[in-house]
Ligand binder design. Structure first.
Ligand code: FES
Length: 101
């Protein structure tokens, strides 16, 4: 699946992978603002992204644990996800994520 990240400088970077989490993909390619400090166990929020509204249904909603974590982040809104919790599958192909962290 292809995943496009928009960084805080409004740079668009499209990456491709067929497994793992979106956070792992971002960290592997040094996407600025996605640090993945906790290693992907939903306890740091350094992988915070805002999902493009039109892609929200592809990506799905945050889990309850994820929402609790997001509540601590001032930047959180209804489009927020922690991208370590987004599995890369064909389903999310073409998704656009704005780096929020
Ligand atoms: Fe820590 Fe996603 S990497 S919450």
């Amino acid at each position: 699946a292809k995943v496009t990240f928009i960084t805080s400088d409004n740079e668009e970077i499209t990456l491709e992978s067929d497994s793992g989490s979106v956070m792992e993909l971002a960290v592997e390619h040094g996407i600025e603002g996605i640090d993945g400090d906790c290693g992907g166990v939903c306890s740091c929020a350094t992988c915070h992204v805002h999902v493009a509204p039109e892609h929200q249904s592809k990506v799905g909603a945050a889990s309850e644990i994820e929402q609790d974590m997001l509540e601590l982040d001032d930047n959180a809104n209804e489009f927020s996800r922690l991208c370590c919790q987004i599995e890369i599958t064909d389903e999310i192909d073409g998704v656009i994520l704005r780096v929020a962290g």
